[in-house]
Design a protein around this ligand. Structure first.
Ligand SMILES: CC(C)(COP(=O)(O)OP(=O)(O)OC[C@H]1O[C@@H](n2cnc3c(N)ncnc32)[C@H](O)[C@@H]1OP(=O)(O)O)[C@@H](O)C(=O)NCCC(=O)NCCS
Length: 162
């Protein structure tokens, strides 16, 4: 059973394991502590599978938009819908807080993550050259605009020749 709960300091040890397993350049304990205690924009959730931390996701509430900071699932819990459950939660929170949408950056080679985001309606909207320190890869900037956003139609179906 997948359960999504707010991340607390009690999850830190397990979250660090997820982080260090999933990313070559990992956030440190101090990074997560700052997010949980000081950053008023931060929204962090942990995915529990049968009570064990399987992954986490984070988002910053910046003015009217959500900016995903990280989504990560331990390899042994992948392909079971944990990543999807985390994204569902991020989207639900963003809608509840009346954001206009959510944006994120993802490595151009990370097709697994891009497929996950695309399933929720995220679309590529731009690129950032040499964005990642470890691989010097470009980032794809993806956006999901909510239907409640007044310019939703323009954002999702640009007018030709405009
Ligand atoms: C990207 C990531 C978070 C996805 O997490 P996940 O828990 O595997 O995600 P899901 O299980 O929801 O979806 C992954 C795949 O499993 C499939 N799936 C989901 N539930 C399933 C089930 N019960 N049975 C079979 N397949 C299933 C999905 O359809 C999806 O398939 P696809 O890749 O062909 O589209 C994970 O791969 C990860 O942590 N990667 C390393 C870190 C990373 O790259 N993070 C993103 C940074 S931007």
């Amino acid at each position: 059973m997948i359960e999504i709960v707010p991340m607390t300091m009690a999850h830190l040890e397990d979250v660090l394991e997820v982080e260090e397993t999933c990313f070559a350049i990992a956030w440190t304990r101090a990074d997560f502590e700052r997010e949980l205690t000081k950053n008023t924009m931060a929204i962090y959730r942990v995915a529990l599978v049968d009570g064990k931390v399987a992954g986490y996701a984070g988002m910053w509430h910046v003015v009217t938009e959500g900016q995903i900071t990280n989504v990560a699932v331990l390899p042994q819990y992948r392909n079971q819908g944990v990543g999807a459950a985390l994204m569902e939660e991020m989207i639900a929170v963003a809608k509840e807080k009346e954001m206009i949408g959510i944006t994120l950056e993802v490595k151009i080679s990370n097709l697994t993550a891009q497929r996950l985001y695309a399933r929720f309606g995220f679309r590529p909207e731009g690129f950032r050259k040499n964005y990642y320190q470890d691989t010097h890869e470009d980032a794809v900037i993806m956006w999901l605009y909510f239907e409640t956003y007044e310019h939703y139609d323009e954002m999702t179906s640009p007018t030709e020749g405009a």
